[in-house]
Ligand binder design. Structure first.
Ligand SMILES: Nc1nc2c(ncn2[C@@H]2O[C@H](COP(=O)(O)OP(=O)(O)OP(=O)(O)O)[C@@H](O)[C@H]2O)c(=O)[nH]1
Ligand SMILES: [Mg+2]
Length: 270
């Protein structure tokens, strides 16, 4: 297959995801600061979306789900991205004060900057927005939305868009698709076996697993009792459960993207 293809990824994202992508475009003019949420396990794959729409905005990065990624790589990635952009390592347990202090430190010419949180599916955007909003939950005291269903909320010196911009690439490489699968950003039912095999290799290499996917799922399926009537392993069930568990960090803290130059390349070309 070509390196720029989604032929192995079917169906594509559902309507609400398409809608969120549209909303961010409609609100673009109003946004001063774009908070781009990446998954710390795959900072390159999660940067793979149309970044150029934000080219004249102040961009900052949150490397989220650090609890699921390799701690040494977390530090390395934060240092790398911080060379050009304000960057913070976060996870679901990061306290609100730390997050707000970071947001307040962002250079901006606006007195009350308008902030939007964006990223590919499932990187933790809603969790982060809720943390920023704190008790200022959407609706109470909110200004009317620019777009129906979207509201700007005043929070301690910022105006925050209360729903995330979901972005995704229309076209991406097999490598990126596999990594998005490993972190739970691409629905399992949407990818074909070639991506599963490729994703397993990436996982195995990061985790130091020597087996191939067939051997591995055979043992895994048996150990979980995922068997068919005749007693053979139910390969489909084993595969689905295994990749779900990997994406939830149940098979170790692993970082799949380890090449810094690729990040800058994707950012430049996106
Ligand atoms: N382990 C871990 N899980 C997290 C973290 N942040 C979010 N999650 C979990 O990841 C899942 C997705 O989080 P959301 O905040 O809904 O992510 P989202 O980007 O808004 O997802 P979409 O709206 O579907 O695009 C949820 O199950 C969260 O509980 C984190 O830092 N660590
Ligand atoms: Mg969400």
């Amino acid at each position: 297959m070509s390196n720029q293809s989604n032929e192995h990824v079917k169906a594509w994202y559902p309507g609400h995801v398409q809608k969120a992508k549209r909303q961010i475009r409609e609100n673009l003019k109003k946004i001063d600061i774009v908070v781009i949420v990446l998954d710390a396990r795959a900072p390159v794959a999660t940067t793979s979306f149309e970044m150029k729409i934000f080219k004249d905005k102040q961009r900052v990065f949150l490397l989220n789900k650090t609890d699921l990624a390799d701690s040494e790589y977390n530090k390395k990635w934060a240092c790398e991205i911080a060379k050009l952009y304000p960057t913070l390592l976060v996870n679901k347990d990061t306290n609100r004060k730390e997050l707000l202090t970071f947001l307040k430190s962002i250079p901006t010419k606006y007195a009350n900057p308008r902030i939007a949180v964006v990223g590919v599916p499932n990187v933790g955007k809603s969790t982060i927005i809720n943390k920023i909003l704190g008790r200022h939950k959407a609706k109470t005291g909110a200004q009317p939305g620019i777009t129906r269903g979207v509201q700007w909320v005043n929070v301690e010196g910022f105006t925050v868009l209360d729903s995330p911009g979901i972005l995704f690439s229309e076209i991406f490489s097999k490598d990126i698709a596999a990594k998005l699968l490993l972190i739970g950003s691409l629905p399992i039912e949407n990818v074909d076996d070639e991506i599963f095999d490729y994703a397993f290799k990436i996982y195995a290499s990061a985790a130091g697993v020597q087996k191939d996917i067939v051997q591995f799922l055979e043992e895994y399926g048996r150990s979980r009792g995922l068997l068919k009537k005749g007693g053979q392993v139910d390969y489909e069930k084993a595969k689905t459960l295994f990749f779900k568990e990997v994406s939830e960090g149940k098979h170790g803290r692993l970082t799949y993207d380890t090449e810094f130059e690729k990040f800058w390349e994707v950012l430049k070309n996106g």
